[in-house]
Design a protein around this ligand. Structure first.
Ligand SMILES: [Zn+2]
Length: 130
C-alpha cells in the first residue's frame, strides 16, 4: 500500500489489477506526485477559490445549478461536485493538503452541473448586469 492509498479511496471500482505487483505503473505516478505540504501561494489560491465558489453558489443555485463538474486528470472522467462537496474539498485542502476529490455525487443530474469557467462567466455576467 502506498502512502497515497491511506488518504482516500480513489474510485470504488474493480480491484487494482496491479495490486501487490512491484512493477505497478502507478508507483511511477506516486514518485512524480509526492504528498507535499501546500505552499502559502497554494493556500491563498485555494482560499480564493473557496471565496469564488461561494459567489458561484449564490449566483447559480437559484438557476437550478447544483454544483461544479470537473474533468479529472487522474481518470479522464468527469466528476460532479455539489456546492457543499466542493466547498468541503477546498476546506479539506486548506486543512491537510489532501482531498477526497473522487467522491462524485451519486447519479448526479448532469445537466445541473457546470464547469468552473462557466460558473465564473455566469457570475460575472450577473454582477455586471444591473
Ligand atoms: Zn477521477
Amino acid at each position: 500500500m502506498t502512502s497515497r492509498d491511506s488518504y482516500f479511496d480513489p474510485h470504488s471500482g474493480p480491484v487494482d489489477p496491479f495490486l501487490g505487483d512491484p512493477n505497478d505503473p502507478s508507483n511511477l505516478l506516486d514518485d512524480l506526485d509526492p504528498v507535499e505540504p501546500l505552499t502559502d501561494t497554494d493556500l491563498q489560491e485555494i482560499a480564493a477559490d473557496l471565496a469564488e465558489l461561494t459567489e458561484f453558489e449564490a449566483a447559480l443555485s437559484p438557476h437550478e445549478i447544483h454544483g461544479i463538474v470537473v474533468d479529472c486528470a487522474d481518470c479522464g472522467e468527469q466528476h460532479y461536485f455539489s456546492w457543499a462537496l466542493m466547498a468541503a474539498n477546498l476546506r479539506s485542502l486548506l486543512g491537510n493538503g489532501r482531498t477526497g476529490v473522487h467522491e462524485p455525487a451519486a447519479e448526479p443530474l448532469t445537466d445541473a452541473y457546470v464547469s468552473w469557467d462557466y460558473a465564473r462567466g455566469f457570475t460575472d455576467a450577473l454582477a455586471h448586469r444591473s
